[in-house]
Design a protein around this ligand. Sequence first.
Ligand SMILES: *Cc1c(COP(=O)(O)O)cnc(C)c1O
Length: 408
Amino acid sequence: MTTLESRTAEHERLMAEHSAHNYHPLPVVVAHARGAWVTDVEGRRYLDCLAGYSALNFGHGHPALLAAAHAQLDRVTLTGRAFGNDRIGPFCAALAALVGKDMVLPMNTGAEAVESGIKVARKWGYEVKGVPPGRARVVVADGGFHGRTTTIVGFSTDPDARGGFGPFTPGFDVVPYGDADALAAAITPDTVAVLLEPVQGEAGVVVPPPGYLAAVRAACTAHRVLFVADEVQSGLGRTGHVLATRAAGVDADVYLLGKALGGGIVPVSAVVADREVLGVLRPGQHGSTFGGNPLACAVGLAVLDLLADTGPEGMLARAARLGAELHARLGDLVGHGVTAVRGTGLWAGVDVDPRAGTGRAVSEALARCGVLVKDTHGPTVRFSPPLVVEPGEIRFAVDALAGVLSRA
Ligand SMILES: *Cc1c(COP(=O)(O)O)cnc(C)c1O
């Protein structure tokens, strides 16, 4: 007999026995979702304040995105790049226009966009900058997160991410995040790129000091190095802007996008840059079976449409307005179970006072109150609700956090 209560347990048994244990999820098994809310297999509802690590910026099942996906499902979903398809051209043109660059390289996952960006930067370094063969170097920041491939974890400073996965790809120099002098000092004649997140997401929503991104830009320009901005998590609305670098008044040379670009429906990522950079790729030198497939491009186009709305109910304005509400309310909890709140836009890293429990314990307690968040590292809990969330729902989430902390 299947009782309601046994459904979560049944799922957890299957996962324990047959799924690799590379995650430690909260005990919530989602069966259905709409907008900012999910329903689990027991019928319990939760406000989703993680939003798929910002892959769900526009909420679950946004009607415009679903309509685009449904329409494309009935026409053509995959061609491979051996042929053209009638969605990839419009998608690349629209994304290039939104970002203000010439060209787009469509890929699938964020890690692939990062890998592709590294390949393009190295090739640019050899062919355009004139770095001697085999010598290209890339400067990266400690605490950064760029994905899980062997090259990427090789320059991670997180022991869990890299431990046991070597040997690693050479050619990376790690500098402290937020220290522009250290970054400039790490640049050598062989440096082809500086790769970093304009706001570090997985590190706990770490916003760099004012002027940092501009100083990175200046160092890159002075030494003819590509500024590669990994905006896989910070981009496409989360901060109230299309790009977090632009919000800081800075233009990178290469933008890496992902997560929200697929509207929470399909994986879509991209490298966006000018012709001088992306033009180094010629046929046969890079590719992806699924990159630029018509379903992905159709959904991506609908995402770009949502971002093009700069009106007061558009996603960017919502993120800015609701973000101010979120930060004001979270700020009131500092000294009451919270030691610090960081972030920008509808994106917050909340450091929980260790006496109130670990980030994990607080996340579990919040789930029992109907609010889904996830700890990042140790004491930090990230709030990144979908941009379609309502002000009253933000109050609900922060009140739930206050309640959990006051009971601790
Ligand atoms: C999530 C993330 C990635 C990796 O994206 P995947 O789709 O998981 O491969 C890369 N960079 C940043 C900044 C991210 O947040």
